[in-house]
Design a protein around this ligand. Structure first.
Ligand SMILES: Nc1nc2c(ncn2[C@@H]2O[C@H](COP(=O)(O)OP(=O)(O)OP(=O)(O)O)[C@@H](O)[C@H]2O)c(=O)[nH]1
Ligand SMILES: [Mg+2]
Length: 232
């Protein structure tokens, strides 16, 4: 496949992607720290391009991109964007979202195919998602729920029956979102990245504006939940 082109090696700044074309598909990979974002990207690329964390500290601290061509369509370029995880003890969720907004501004043409892959560990209880990951998730997909895939990870660490119950609970709560299992293979990563066959072209400035407005209004939880209830 895939002429994977890692960006410059770890620098403590978010390096924008230069040379994007309107035919590119951007896959923004988001989720709590440790949810498996870098692992997902490595599987999609087919190489260990993103550093995976194996201890309790968050691993990815900068936004990094990795370029691949679609396994079956050599003319389709996918830009996988690895991001610092939410719920990081050292970086506020709002700072991460703010950096994502800035990165998109510097890296993307005005209209692009933008997919959000939001990873959730199936090993977590539903209440954990409600407390932590779900709030950033709602913020992230604001405005592009139809281009977002909620992908559950770490299925090999959970009793299948328990996992299925949690998956069902997720789909009852977030039924309007595409919910898919990531099974830790390259094929599975591409099935998720490709899950939305006709990705709507997104006006990046519109998405950024919605995201930053939602971020500013975040403390008003009641207002926010009302604002997002239409999504689900
Ligand atoms: N069993 C299992 N472990 C996984 C899976 N995906 C990731 N892991 C493990 O989870 C840990 C964290 O994975 P990462 O890919 O670094 O997670 P991340 O979301 O990039 O983490 P941060 O960069 O810290 O935000 C590593 O030990 C991975 O090997 C999975 O599908 N199954
Ligand atoms: Mg990572």
């Amino acid at each position: 496949m895939s002429n994977a082109v890692p960006n410059s090696l770890s620098l403590a700044v978010d390096i924008p992607f230069k040379g994007a074309s309107k035919n590119d598909t951007f896959v923004l990979v988001l989720g709590q720290t440790g949810s498996g974002k870098s692992t997902f990207i490595n599987k999609a690329i087919g190489e260990e391009v993103a550093t995976v964390g194996h201890d309790i500290d968050p691993e990815t601290t900068t936004i990094r991109y990795f370029v691949a061509t679609h396994p079956n369509h050599s003319d389709r370029r996918f830009i996988f964007v690895d991001t610092p995880g939410f719920d990081d003890p050292f970086i506020e969720d709002s700072e991460i979202l703010d950096r994502i907004i800035k990165w998109l501004k510097k890296s993307c043409p005005s209209r692009i195919r933008l997919i959000i892959v939001y990873l959730l560990e199936i090993t977590q209880y539903r209440n954990d998602h409600m407390r932590a990951g779900m709030t950033p998730m709602r913020l992230c997909i604001t405005g592009i729920a139809e281009n977002s895939v909620l992908a559950t990870t770490k299925w090999n660490l959970v009793n299948q029956e328990v996992g299925q119950k949690r998956e069902m609970a997720l789909s009852m709560t977030y039924g309007r979102l595409a919910i898919q299992r990531f099974t830790d293979t390259r094929e599975s990563a591409w099935n998720i990245a490709n899950y939305i066959p006709e990705v709507n072209v997104v006006k990046v400035s519109h998405f950024r504006r919605k995201l930053s407005t939602a971020l500013q209004q975040r403390p008003q939880a009641g207002f926010l939940s009302a604002m997002f209830s239409f999504l689900f």
